[in-house]
Design a protein around this ligand. Sequence first.
Ligand code: NAP
Length: 252
Amino acid sequence: MNKVFITGASSGIGKSLALAYAKRKCTLGLSARRIEMLNEVSNACKELGATPFVYQLDVQDRNKCEMIAKQFIEDADGIDCVIANAGIGGNDNIYSGSSKDINNVLKTNILGVTNTLMPFIPYMKEQKSGSLVCISSVASYVPLPFHGGYTSSKIAIRMIFDSWRPTLQRHNIKTISICPGFVDTPIVKGPARKLPMKSPDKAAERFVKIISKGKNTYVYPWHYKILIFIAKVIPEWLYNYVIKKIFHKPIN
Ligand SMILES: NC(=O)c1ccc[n+]([C@@H]2O[C@H](COP(=O)([O-])OP(=O)(O)OC[C@H]3O[C@@H](n4cnc5c(N)ncnc54)[C@H](OP(=O)(O)O)[C@@H]3O)[C@@H](O)[C@H]2O)c1
């Protein structure tokens, strides 16, 4: 994995992924909206021996995503792996009378992922290799109250990959869905910060290994599989009863 393009590389998991690939001396495409933070990540990557290219990018901007994909392929002289990591959290504001907040989550977390990945697919098809990675979430298995936008966005991208996988396998293109539980980054806010969280650097090291193995879907850390199992088998009425009793307002 030599030429890696990452969205949301200014902070959190994306930044840690950039540093993890930098340790492996990769050529990196680092993108996000906050250019100063990206430049800092880029300098740290250079110090680790990588060759980083920085692109200011809002993943909601389809045309710019297409332009920058082309630019990175030119700058890096190819592409091995694209990581659609950029994402936002936030509750639906269910009583606000406006779809503004939930739609912003859906646009960033779903359309932002397709905007990021699709421009690279023709190149990967032609070269008959490549890895596409999306950062989904454990939340894609558990309907979190007040976070319908976030949970459904994470299901959507996992499902897009499940749909694409057999088709793209014909061209030796891998589709890897990573589903983290809580990782200690700025996206986790409020009382949720009291829950146990993994460090983003440790998580990123694990993800780099999983990506190189080309695993289809990966839940991290493993114990969230128990929660996912419970969410699958619990009767709907019981889930609704418990949630109604416990959650009266958003926790994040
Ligand atoms: N941390 C967790 O517990 C956790 C758990 C499961 C899944 N995830 C997923 O992991 C991914 C990374 O999140 P994180 O935890 O590292 O949070 P974070 O530190 O807040 O990072 C989010 C990144 O996404 C970028 N971003 C947001 N909106 C963007 C946009 N419109 N265009 C381009 N970049 C945008 C941000 O950069 P700019 O603001 O500079 O643009 C930032 O670099 C997200 O998809 C998140 O849903 C996180």
